[in-house]
Write a protein that binds this ligand. Structure first.
Ligand code: NAD
Length: 496
C-alpha cells in the first residue's frame, strides 16, 4: 500500500506491519508468552478476516505483571520529574515517527478510516507531550496552622501500582490518556487493552520500551478473558488504583470489586449526549458540528451525539441537510482512499444498532436515509437519519454506538433542557445557538461533564475530560488528569 502523507510517499505493507507488531505479553521489560500458551484472534471488521493471533494472559500472568509493577514502584517514584518527563517526551517523538504504522494498525484492527486513525495518533500522542510537561509542575503547599504552632508541608505523592483497562474504540488514545499521567506522577502500571484491538497498544508499548521506560514500570496483559486477569489483580492488596474506560455496566461491576481493597478509581463510562439546536443557530454550522459529533469513529464514541433535540421551526430543514451530508458518506474499508465511514467493530455491534433502528421504526420513526445494514463482507451499517422519532424509542435511552442520528423536536427552552437531561448519563453535550446569554445559561444547566458550544469536537489533551451521573468519576487530561494518580499527604512540624 502506498500512502501519500503531506507530499511524502510512505510505503506500508499491512502484512509486514502486522508481522513486526509484538503479539506477546509485556512483563518486566520483556516480551513473553502466556503461561498457558493460549492465544486469541484479532479480526479486521471491514473484512471479517483474522489478521493476527495474540497471547492471552492468565491470572498467573496478571500477578507476574503486578509483581513487576510493584517491585519497580519505589525506584520509579524516586526518579526526578525531569527524567520521567524526558521519557514521556521521547515516547511522544517516537509516536510521531511511527504515526503511519500506528494509524494503519488501528484501521486494520478497528476499522476507522485512515484519516481518522491519523487524527487519533495526533490526539493520543498529545497526552504524552502534555503529561511530559505536567510531570515538572507537580507542586505542593506550605502553610502554618491557624494557632501558629505547626508548619504543614503538603505534597502530592504517586498512589502506587495502577491497573488500567481500556476499550476498543480508541485503541491508542485511551491508553496514552492513562499511561501518560500515571508515569508522569511516578506510578507503575499494568495495562489490559481490549480483546478486539490489542495490536495498536502492543506496538505502542514497544515504542515506550524504546523511549527508555525502565523494566517493570509498564506491563501489558491482553487476554481473551478480562475477568481472569482483573480479578486476581484487584484482589491483591499491592494494587493501589484502578482506572477504567468502558461501558457503565462493566464499570459498576469493577467499582464493586474495587471496594474490597478500597482502591482509588477513575471511571470513564458510557454516554448519551444530547445535541440541541435552537431556532437562531447557524444551521450549516450545526450540521457540520452534527457530522463531527455523530460520525467520529462511525458513531462508536462515548462523546457521540446520541439524541438530536431540534427546535420545531428548524427541525425539517436541519434533518434534510443532515440526511444529505450523511447520504454523501462512502462506506468501505478504512484503508481504501475515499472511505469516509468504516465498519462497526463486530457482528454483535451491528445487530445492536439494527435492533435500535428497527425499534424506532416500529414506534413510528421515519427513515430519511440509511436505516439498514450494508450487504456484503464486514460489519457495515448505512449512515442513518431518523426524523421524527418518538422519545420513548430505545435510541433515545440507550447508547447507540453506530452511525444513526435520531431527531426529535422541542418548542420551549425549558422543554429542551428537560429532554437533554432526561438520561442517567452525563458525559458530553452539544448546543448550537447564536444567543450568548442563552448559550451560557443553558450550558450551565446541562447535566454533563462537557458541553460543546457551537462545536462538534470536545476532546483535547489539555482539557479535563470526564462525566457526571452514571458517566463516571474523575477526569483525564488537563491539570486534573495527573491528580487521579496522586494522593495528598502532609507533614506537620512545630514552628518553634
Ligand atoms: P466494555 O465495558 O465492554 O469493555 C471495556 C474494557 O473492559 C475492555 O478492555 C474489556 O475487555 C474490559 N472488561 C469487560 N468486562 C470486564 C470485566 N468483567 N472485568 C474487567 N475488565 C472487563 O466497553 P467497550 O465495548 O470496550 O467500549 C465501549 C464503551 O466504552 C461505551 O460504553 C463507551 O461509551 C465507553 N467509553 C467511554 C469513554 C469515556 O471516556 N467516558 C471513552 C471510550 C469509550
Amino acid at each position: 500500500m502506498t500512502i501519500n502523507l503531506k507530499g511524502v510517499v510512505v510505503s506500508i505493507d499491512p502484512k509486514n506491519l502486522i508481522e513486526e507488531t509484538p503479539t506477546q505479553l509485556f512483563i518486566n521489560g520483556k516480551w513473553v508468552n502466556s503461561s498457558s500458551s493460549e492465544t486469541f484472534d484479532v479480526e479486521n471488521p471491514a473484512t471479517g478476516e483474522v489478521i493476527a493471533t495474540v497471547a492471552s494472559a492468565t491470572g498467573d500472568d496478571a500477578i507476574k505483571a503486578l509483581d513487576a509493577a510493584s517491585d519497580a514502584q519505589y525506584e520509579w517514584s524516586h526518579t526526578s520529574s525531569r527524567e520521567r518527563s524526558s521519557i514521556l517526551k521521547k515516547a511522544f517523538d517516537l509516536v510521531q515517527e511511527n504515526s503511519e504504522e500506528l494509524a494503519t494498525l488501528m484501521t486494520l484492527e478497528m476499522g476507522k478510516p485512515l484519516a481518522e486513525s491519523r487524527g487519533e495518533v495526533t490526539y493520543g500522542g498529545e497526552f504524552l507531550r502534555w503529561f511530559s510537561e505536567e510531570a515538572n509542575r507537580i507542586g505542593g503547599q506550605y502553610s502554618t496552622s491557624p494557632e501558629g504552632t505547626l508548619r504543614f508541608l503538603v505534597s502530592r505523592r504517586p498512589v502506587g501500582p495502577c491497573f488500567l483497562i481500556t476499550p476498543w474504540n480508541f485503541p491508542l488514545a485511551m491508553g496514552t490518556r492513562k499511561i501518560g499521567p500515571a508515569l508522569a506522577a511516578g506510578c507503575t502500571v499494568v495495562l489490559k487493552p481490549a480483546r478486539l484491538t490489542p495490536l495498536t497498544s502492543l506496538y505502542f508499548i514497544e515504542l515506550l520500551r524504546q523511549a527508555g521506560v525502565p523494566d517493570g514500570v509498564v506491563n501489558v496483559v491482553p487476554s481473551k478473558s478480562a475477568s481472569s486477569v482483573s480479578e486476581p489483580i484487584m484482589d491483591d492488596s499491592r494494587l493501589r488504583k484502578m482506572s477504567f474506560t468502558g461501558s457503565t455496566g462493566v464499570g459498576k461491576h469493577l467499582l464493586e470489586a474495587a471496594s474490597k481493597n478500597v482502591l482509588r478509581t477513575s471511571m470513564e463510562l458510557g454516554g448519551n449526549a444530547p445535541f440541541v439546536v435552537f431556532d437562531d443557530a447557524d444551521l450549516d454550522k450545526a450540521v457540520e458540528g452534527a457530522m463531527a459529533a455523530k460520525m467520529r469513529n462511525m458513531g462508536e464514541a462515548c462523546t457521540a451525539a446520541n439524541r438530536f433535540i431540534v427546535h420545531e421551526s428548524v427541525a425539517e430543514e436541519f434533518s434534510k441537510k443532515l440526511a444529505e451530508a450523511m447520504g454523501d458518506l462512502t462506506c468501505g474499508n478504512g484503508l481504501d482512499e475515499g472511505t469516509t465511514c468504516g465498519p462497526l467493530i463486530e457482528k454483535k455491534a451491528l445487530d445492536n444498532v439494527a435492533a435500535l433502528v428497527d425499534d424506532a421504526k416500529e414506534k413510528g420513526a421515519k427513515v430519511l436515509c440509511g436505516g439498514e445494514p450494508l450487504e456484503g463482507k464486514g460489519y457495515f451499517y448505512k449512515p442513518t437519519v431518523l426524523y421524527p422519532v418518538p422519545t420513548d424509542a430505545r435510541v433515545f435511552g440507550e447508547e447507540i454506538f453506530g452511525p444513526v442520528a435520531p431527531i426529535t423536536t422541542f418548542s420551549t427552552e425549558s422543554q429542551a433542557l428537560e429532554l437533554a437531561n432526561d438520561t442517567e448519563y452525563g458525559l458530553s453535550s452539544y448546543l448550537f445557538t447564536t444567543n450568548v446569554q442563552r448559550a451560557l445559561r443553558f450550558s450551565e444547566d446541562l447535566e454533563a461533564g462537557m458541553a460543546g458550544l457551537n462545536v462538534g469536537v470536545l476532546s483535547n489533551a489539555a482539557a479535563p475530560f470526564g462525566g457526571v451521573k452514571q458517566s463516571g468519576l474523575g477526569r483525564e487530561g488537563g491539570n486534573a488528569g495527573i491528580e487521579e494518580y496522586q494522593e495528598v499527604r502532609y507533614i506537620a512540624m512545630p514552628t518553634e
